[in-house]
Design a protein around this ligand. Sequence first.
Ligand code: SF4
Ligand code: SF4
Ligand code: SF4
Length: 252
Amino acid sequence: MENKNKPKIAIVSLTSCEGCQFALLDLGERFLQLTEMVEMVDFRLIEDEEDAGVKLDIVFVEGNPMTKANVKTLKEARKRSNLLVALGNCAAMGGIPEIKNYHEKTNTIKHVYKYIQGIQNEEVKEIDNFVKVDFTFPGCPINGEEFLKYLPELIAGHIPIIPDSPVCVECKKAGNRCLLLDKKPCFGPMILGGCNAVCPTSRMVCQGCRGLRPTGNVKAMRATLSQMMSDDEFENTTEIYGLRDDIEESMR
Ligand code: SF4
Ligand code: SF4
Ligand code: SF4
């Protein structure tokens, strides 16, 4: 039932793995408390009522607009909401599906479908190619804690600013030995922090799922990494989270 006093929120999923929505459900009790503060108009994973298409305060969009129906959903979401927020790497940067843009899409689709007739095989495009995006929760998946931290600001109608701090700051706070010291590649210095450096803490390379920092020195980082990985390895790694086009742009 419509509640006139609570902010109205919807979480809309386009073509996606739904991992960002699950990151919210993983908040457990705290997510349930959140749903008491707002009126959740649409959230496919928990809803039991039909979305009646009411005006929204915030719509969160997860995934890629891959089909005509997805594009329609996205544009309608923009029209009916004061704020539109990208939820995660796919929506904001193209994500893992964007890999196909770099690898001749008519060939790659044959690895998935035996018969490709009638299958839509569009280029993967970030949602800001179709609609204005007011804010992005970065990451694959998003960080649920970060969602809780910035949601009150969004509800108040303000656009939060994520500090321009690299993954390295959180990595050092966690007491990790830097992978670069052992000549192992890591993208941390040019990547926006806020994930508690989960990958390097597990001795895995940061592959940049949260995207480039606004003031990161990409050229210097590229030069450092060229001593640790081949051009092909670098390119392949940047394709995993849709980072490649952003890096190419910042190197121009
Ligand atoms: S950003 Fe990652 S977790 Fe979120 S929908 Fe895309 S692939 Fe799934
Ligand atoms: S391991 Fe990666 S994230 Fe951690 S300090 Fe080194 S470069 Fe930065
Ligand atoms: S360490 Fe890098 S790849 Fe891992 S979650 Fe953080 S930003 Fe993403």
